[in-house]
Design a protein around this ligand. Structure first.
Ligand code: FAD
Length: 425
């Protein structure tokens, strides 16, 4: 049975991850809108994606999270370092050498805590966040999304109606899947296997919180993300056939692969593996469109990019923030037609494309950051800006002209910056 609640809010947000909570905080706290967030889980809950990048700071500051994060005891992250297939560490890249802005110190967050803090911030800003509510489908009237049907944990199904709906369901990407809008990246289709270690070797001093990317010769790479409480998040990203060549036992695969890089082996052997192994495929994708009448996609529910440069939470925060602005403007104008979100789609896709080019370069065996920086000193600053997530409204044309000498770069994808609505011909 479907029972009906009345038009309940200005904005309905599905999912209370970083994208949804950011949008909820801005729309209710800053823009004065009535916001309901429906989250299927109960927080705190595990989530991968612990390493933030410096430009996360901008949105976190906007929503009043910086002091809270500084006080939460998260591992401070001040650098990124790369380890070659022989296990040799190159000189770490310290953010403070690039900028003296406070964003030079970012955080390695355990997502259970971080996401809970973000959700609580949205509540404090005035959003009504309901946990344990799973959205099942979208309500569509004359081509306009006017809310959702959802189910609580007792199995009761009900409707929630809103002037605008935002899909922030992460990689579940509810709307994208229902409409078959998902477009996989033509090349970036790896899988990842990951787990946690306790008591693994940590580098001393300022390097303690570095994210380490360690290559496996011609095959892929490991991440090593030190978290608080002596925990390390560690994972490998590579082709499916390579990782599954001897079967699908995740523990066996992981223990085999650790031996492929001496730095990884040396660091993890001091610790003990804890908890589960996780695996995911369908690595990089973007929705065909970013919006339709009455609905906007944000975070992973819109696009996901291979996480080698830890861009996921940054993109979730950024699309949450830009999306909230676009939605507030639409509500003020009393016009929620899809065309209003074309600017959002353009800006976000352009930003993602810069990072996507960098990801393609990373996977090209002829590319190294050092070679580009040595040959073309004039693009060093841009290279770093791009890596630390200064992606929106920037032009990195000159940088990628130079990078294209060393790596095959992709054309911009045509989709995502487009919208699909009843008024679109
Ligand atoms: C292997 C791997 C490693 C990664 N490493 C990093 C990293 O180091 N740094 C980084 O920045 N990013 C990383 N990411 C990416 C990062 O995890 C995501 O980009 C980020 O979590 C996206 O935030 P979000 O709010 O869009 O989605 P999510 O954080 O996934 O939140 C979505 C929320 O929606 C809820 N939901 C889903 N469906 C429904 C429904 N039907 N009804 C109600 N609620 C629903 C979910 O329960 C969830 O809480 C990584 C990703 C992967 C796969």
């Amino acid at each position: 049975m479907i029972s009906k609640l009345k038009n309940d809010c200005d904005v309905l947000i599905i999912g209370a991850g970083p994208a949804g909570s950011t949008a909820a905080t801005i729309l209710s706290g800053e823009k004065g809108k009535k916001v309901i967030v429906l989250e299927k889980g109960h927080f705190p809950r595990y989530h991968v994606g612990e390493s933030l990048i410096p430009h996360c700071y901008d949105t976190l500051e906007r929503i009043g999270m910086v002091d809270r994060l500084n006080g939460a005891g998260f591992q401070s992250k001040q650098s990124v370092q790369f380890v070659n297939p022989d296990g040799e560490l190159s000189a770490p890249f310290y953010f403070s050498k690039h900028t003296d802005h406070p964003r030079a110190k970012t955080w390695q967050v355990d997502r259970a805590t971080f996401d809970t803090m973000m959700m609580e911030r949205a509540r404090e800003a005035g959003a009504e966040v309901r946990e344990g509510i799973k959205v099942l489908d979208f309500l569509e009237e004359e081509g306009v999304i006017v809310g959702v049907t959802a189910e609580d944990e007792s199995g009761k199904v009900f409707e929630v109606r809103a002037s605008m709906t935002m899909d922030a369901t992460g990689r579940d990407a509810l709307f994208q899947r229902k409409k078959k809008w998902r477009k996989r990246d033509p090349k970036l289709n790896k899988i990842a296997i990951w787990t946690n270690y306790k008591g693994a070797k940590r580098d001393p001093g300022v390097d303690e919180g570095a994210t380490t990317v360690a290559y496996v010769q011609g095959k892929g790479w490991f991440w090593n993300i030190p978290l608080k409480d002596d925990i390390v998040s560690t994972g490998i990203v590579a082709e499916r056939d390579y990782l599954y060549r001897d079967g699908r036992d995740l523990h066996a695969i992981y223990q085999r692969e650790i031996k492929e890089n001496k730095w990884v082996e040396e660091h993890l052997s001091e610790g003990e593996q804890i908890g589960e192994y996780w695996v995911t495929g369908e690595y990089s994708y973007r929705a065909e469109n970013c919006a339709t009448d009455g609905l906007l996609l944000i975070g992973d529910a819109f696009a996901f990019l291979d996480p080698v440069f830890s861009s996921g939470v940054y993109l979730a925060l950024t699309t949450g923030s830009l999306g909230a602005d676009a939605v507030a403007d639409a509500l003020e104008a009393n016009d929620v037609s899809a065309e209003r979100f074309l600017g959002y789609g353009e800006r976000v896709c352009k930003g993602i494309e810069w990072m996507r080019k960098l990801v393609y370069a990373f996977y090209d065996e002829n590319f190294s950051f050092k070679d580009v920086a040595m040959k073309y000193a004039e693009v060093r600053r841009d290279l770093t800006d791009c890596l630390i997530g200064d992606l929106i409204d920037k032009d990195y044309g000159q940088l990628f002209d130079r990078v294209s000498e060393f790596a095959e770069l992709p054309e911009d994808l045509p989709h995502g910056k487009t919208v699909a609505g009843s008024a679109i011909t």
